[in-house]
Design a protein around this ligand. Structure first.
Ligand SMILES: Cc1ncc(COP(=O)(O)O)c(C=O)c1O
Length: 394
């Protein structure tokens, strides 16, 4: 056995939970991603999906993906920079820039690479990269690769952000990056306060709209639209892997920023472009989002119903203000056990343990789709409540 394999073989953390029969990862789904999925031949209610608008199974999206494959083939065989740009990539960028209200947009193969390839390169050695401690891993990845001076502020704490900003040299670039909706906790960035600070200290802002696109704002453009803050935010990032039914990501900004990224963002230049199928699919998803506005309304009605239900049942749900409802367990082992009991009861929920959150903050992450029915939501609340009582969580 190689030294590498021996060394990695000492990592047995997952095996502990496998032996206990509560290992909750890589559960294979045998059906489409919808409010009910099939696992081991059994129907399971899905409350762990990021398909907020319920579009992954929409006939128009499927048809658009198939049409794109028919016309352009299955892949682009190269990066956007060289041979991998299609006319539909450019059409999509135009549509995305229009949606979020920026001069231009740039499409990446995933949201992860959009974030990591942007955060890593837009600021230089003399500049400041300022970030919320709970930002998504893809932003943190970009931060790790950046040569800038890096300053962390406490989660969504604008006093702490001001403390950090006040320490920076006034004439250097100060770049604040934050999730619009925090992916595990479901709370919303305090954008108006952040913008006031950015103006006071001459800083720039990037907002990750991964969980807010399709969910917040009149047209579903996200939290920047919701707060009427688009012009005060320099860079808007979004992903296609949540509300838009497929995979891929984008950055929208002014022409200067997009021009810089097109020629310097390594995850764009040195990675193959998003597939024709996904590109066609997102173009269709944007149309459906504009046409079927009932989806956003239904999502929010579902969110309200579930929040009230969990609060009445006595769950601690924190300051969530989105369709992501964290049900705090605050114990790694109980979180895994609860997830397992719920799977046995026919409910799919995601456990969130360290390092995704601090070990004292473990939770199960309940997320809603526009297409959940009230009775599915009520059934899930009842089952989760019974299981949580059994484990002494509530
Ligand atoms: C806040 C946030 N940003 C970025 C990403 C990455 O997006 P993608 O799944 O498209 O790579 C995610 C997905 O997990 C996310 O939750």
């Amino acid at each position: 056995m190689s030294l590498l394999s021996q060394s990695l073989g000492r990592y047995r953390e997952p095996q502990k939970f496998m032996e206990m029969g509560v290992y909750p990862y890589f559960r294979a789904i045998e059906s489409d991603q919808d409010t009910v999925v099939k696992i081991n031949g059994k129907d399971v209610l899905m409350f762990g999906s990021n398909s907020y608008l319920g579009l992954t199974n929409h006939p128009k999206l499927k048809e658009a993906a198939i049409d794109a494959i028919k016309k352009y083939g299955t892949g682009c065989a190269g990066s956007r920079f060289l041979n991998g740009t299609l006319d539909i990539h450019l059409q999509l960028e135009e549509a995305l820039a229009k949606l979020v209200g920026k001069e231009a947009a740039l499409v990446y193969a995933t949201g992860f690479t959009a974030n990591s390839g942007t955060v890593s390169c837009v600021t230089g050695r003399e500049d400041y990269l300022i970030f919320d401690e709970f930002n998504h891993a893809s932003i943190m990845e970009g931060k790790r690769l950046s040569f800038s001076k890096q300053l962390k502020y406490k989660h969504n704490d604008m006093d702490d952000l001001e403390r950090v900003l006040s320490r920076c040299e006034p004439d250097k670039v100060k770049f604040i990056v934050a999730d619009g909706v925090f992916s595990m906790e479901g709370d919303v960035v305090k954008l108006p306060e952040m913008i006031a600070l950015a103006k006071k200290y001459n800083a720039s802002i990037m907002i990750d709209e991964a969980h807010s696109l399709g969910v917040f704002g009149k047209t579903g453009a996200g939290v920047c639209e919701h707060f009427a803050a688009t012009n005060d935010v320099d860079i808007i990032m979004g992903t296609f892997s949540k509300s838009l039914g497929t995979i891929g990501g984008f950055i929208a900004a002014d022409n200067n920023i997009i021009n810089y990224l097109k020629h310097n963002s390594r995850t764009l230049i040195f990675s193959a472009s998003i597939t024709p199928a996904s590109t066609g699919c997102v173009l269709a998803a944007l149309e459906v989002m504009a046409e079927e506005t009932w989806r956003k309304d239904a999502l929010w009605a579902n969110t309200e119903r579930a929040k009230q239900g969990f609060l009445q049942a006595g769950f601690e749900i924190g300051p969530t203000a989105s369709p992501i409802i964290p049900l705090y367990v605050r114990d790694n082992e109980k979180t895994f056990k609860l997830t397992r009991i719920l799977m046995d009861e026919g409910l799919f929920i995601n456990p969130v343990v360290s390092p995704a959150v601090r070990s004292e903050d473990t939770l199960i992450r309940y997320s809603l789709m526009a297409t959940h029915t009230p009775s599915q939501i009520d059934e899930s609340i009842e089952k989760i409540t019974i299981a949580a009582k059994t484990l002494g969580i509530i």
